[in-house]
Design a protein around this ligand. Structure first.
Ligand code: VGL
Ligand code: ZN
Length: 199
């Protein structure tokens, strides 16, 4: 069984200066670059929203980022407009090594539903193809790094666990949005509680 590194959403909009900047998000890049060659396989996810995406506060009159709405039956935090398809903000950081990344899985393409996990949307209605791909490559273990620890990294790691992979998350390779200052610690506890190795 192969060991795969999943690099989550290391895109300009999640880096300092970006539309949804994760504090110190840029610090993960040299670390992620330095560990890629320790894995049998490296894949990446990319947040890839149409401009009319329902998670953008700007698409809801009188709503502001941080507010929670009901989006087609699911609770949705409203975000600043970010990672719009083909924009500079949606591009991977120029500093991220991409030469050994075998495949990129896009998510958040349906305007009606958000997608934090690299495996499926938040309603688990549609798959990104990541699970099928990992199965086809005989992957049994995954390590998840990238942005953000309290959203896409956490949901990707938890879904991977539910799908039967043995899962690790490396703290040096992730940073949190921390809408609340304790969100990072909370996410770590939540991940550990389902059997994820966080170190
Ligand atoms: C993310 C919020 C909205 C993430 C993506 O990559 O963690 N967070 N879209
Ligand atoms: Zn997003």
């Amino acid at each position: 069984m192969k060991n795969c590194l999943i690099i989550v959403d290391v895109q300009n909009d999640f880096l300092p200066g970006g539309a949804l900047a994760v504090p110190n998000g840029d610090e993960v890049i040299p670390f992620i670059n330095s560990i890629q060659n320790q894995y049998d396989l490296v894949v990446a996810t990319q947040d890839w929203h149409p401009a009319n995406h329902g998670s953008f506060a700007a698409n809801h009159p009188d709503r502001k980022p941080g507010e929670i709405i009901n989006l087609n039956g699911l609770q949705q935090i409203l975000w600043p407009t970010h990672c719009v398809q083909n924009s500079l903000g949606a591009k991977f950081s120029e500093k991220l090594r991409m030469d050994i990344v075998q495949k990129v899985f896009v998510k958040g393409t349906d305007p009606g539903i958000d997608s934090y996990s690299g495996f499926y949307d938040n309603g688990k209605l549609q798959s990104t193809g990541l699970h099928n791909y990992l199965q086809s490559q005989d992957v049994g273990r995954v390590t998840v790094v990238g942005l953000a620890a309290d959203y896409c990294v956490k949901f990707t790691a938890i879904d991977a666990t539910e799908l039967g992979y043995s899962v690790k998350v490396l703290k040096q390779g992730t940073r949190a949005v921390n809408l609340k200052p304790t969100d990072f610690e909370q996410s770590i506890l939540e991940m550990k509680s389902v059997g994820i190795i966080v170190k």
